[in-house]
Design a binder for this molecule. Sequence first.
Ligand SMILES: Cc1cc2nc3c(=O)[nH]c(=O)nc-3n(C[C@H](O)[C@H](O)[C@H](O)COP(=O)(O)OP(=O)(O)OC[C@H]3O[C@@H](n4cnc5c(N)ncnc54)[C@H](O)[C@@H]3O)c2cc1C
Ligand code: SF4
Length: 341
Amino acid sequence: MKHIVIIGGGIAGMETASTLTDAGHWVTVIEKEAQVGGKLNNWSYLFPDFTPVEKIKESLREKCEKKDFTILRETEVQSVNRKNDKFDINTSSGQKLEADAVVVATGYELFDARRKEEYGYKIYDHVITSADLEKLLLPGGDLTVAAGAHPKRIAFVHCVGSRDEKSGNQYCSKVCCITGVKQAIELKKRIPEAEIYCFYMDLRMYGKHFEELYREAQEKYDIQFIRGRLSEASEKIDKSLLIKAEDTLSGRPLKMNVDLLVLLVGMEAGKGTANAATTCGIECEQSGFLKTADSFLKSNFSAQEGIFLAGSCTAPMSVNDTILHARSAAIEVDNWLKQTN
Ligand SMILES: Cc1cc2nc3c(=O)[nH]c(=O)nc-3n(C[C@H](O)[C@H](O)[C@H](O)COP(=O)(O)OP(=O)(O)OC[C@H]3O[C@@H](n4cnc5c(N)ncnc54)[C@H](O)[C@@H]3O)c2cc1C
Ligand code: SF4
């Protein structure tokens, strides 16, 4: 039986672990947090069909209970050293592991919206991020603003920390346009009287059913999409916000009062992935995401023999794409182990 160590217990790491266990391997998952599941632990409903996250988490829980793999929680990898055709691994909690292969599945981190000071995140009370809104949409979340009333007018800002040279991120985070559509619909279902506006540069509805959901947002839920970049937000005395933008279709400057401003923050590779890259001696791209051996046939391979990659540590991706990437990582590891041993 071969031993595979997976770094990161998000949906990518857990799906890889589950598939490798089914193939008859012994798997250890190393997760730095107290619970597995990664970002999904903080999300409410998933685009494109509003599947409750609880359903995916339940299947994760079942896998953890039924399948025979080890999870080391609140643990990080301190060193990975190649010894002949194996890897010697030391963890922050003192374990010494010997592995036949390693899978890096360290996911992403959210862009810190405080870096876009002009939008007033953590300065004004009613400026929140899409990640904050996910938590508010969970059972028990409080969607009221001033004096316990629901927001009457809500604006979403696309591309916060993505496609933005000033933030150092040229790439598109891929999932935030459809996240905005999902969240706007969810808000409209709960607060039917609210007016909702989405300020975008381009809309990227790349996935199955995304375009249909975007149309539904406009036609059924009356959500308004304005092509324009927000220049700044400022707080008024009653805590509502004045936002300034340019409508780039009409060419006119635009001012609007809103009660809630939601920043659709992008995905960044983050420290967890950078640390794993250093420890495993694998390369990152300029964006910080992990470099794959090639874009087509080797998207689960690093340049280091025996070290594989799974999920959004390689690029922004949806849950569905992450699961598929994780399963293909497991197949590649299994094939590689059969060929090399
Ligand atoms: C606001 C928002 C809403 C979203 N909504 C949806 C949606 O509705 N539908 C959808 O399909 N997608 C959605 N997504 C995308 C979704 O979050 C990702 O597809 C998914 O989380 C990727 O899973 P992952 O396992 O690759 O990464 P993560 O979820 O980031 O998991 C990575 C795991 O690795 C751990 N880790 C990191 N570094 C280390 C280390 N060095 N050592 C040990 N452990 C480590 C982390 O603690 C974490 O548990 C959304 C994204 C955002 C930002
Ligand atoms: S997915 Fe949409 S909001 Fe996100 S970076 Fe790309 S264009 Fe901007």
